[in-house]
Design a protein around this ligand. Sequence first.
Ligand code: DX5
Ligand code: ZN
Length: 221
Amino acid sequence: MMKTYQIAASILSSDLAHLGDQLDLLETAGVDWIHVDVMDGMFVPNITFGPLIVDACRKSSPLPIDVHLMIEKPERYIDQFAVAGANSISVHIEGNPNTYRTIQAIKQHDCKAGIVLNPSTSIHALDSILYDADYVLVMSVNPGYAGQSFIASSVKKIAALKELMSNINCDVPIQVDGGINKDNIKMVKDSGASIFVAASAIFNHPEGVRSGVQALQEALI
Ligand code: DX5
Ligand code: ZN
């Protein structure tokens, strides 16, 4: 049966000293995407990864690599992340006045282009750009850190975005990122999302990565 959802594991909470082993575990557990959270200490307070880690993931795993750019002026780094091996790259609409051009730059590399909305950004910020996106990422926490609590109003926001899309005949997959766990993932799916990013629920599961992924998969059925 065709899967109607995808799980993207954010390596933000992985054991980076053993990244290759962690990626193997994700693959055998049935994760669909590797999600790489890129933070610059400016757009968000935290600093994390650059293209080098994408290159390392590319060399260690056949899974698609999804790069989430939480950086100022993301257009400066599209080429580097694409060349390093990204399969999809998402950019925030906040503070990015040239989103259309940035999306085109992503697509020129044969990467999927995603647009990200922070929790406080209205879905109507997407009105003029929705047709050009390959997916929309709805943040369900304020970006910057793993391990935060899911913002409950995200469910209504996703449902409203789904309705907006259906009204204009534009069916773009919705990805959700932040505080996703086995207890809320089904509700988020039912609201209209189909791609689920998770860090803590996978890497901090008391019985290990495989159990973390399995718990999410089972909750989705
Ligand atoms: C937050 C990142 C998320 C984060 C999710 O800014 O974009 O991808 O890793 O972590 P959890 O699943 O722990 O909320
Ligand atoms: Zn992310």
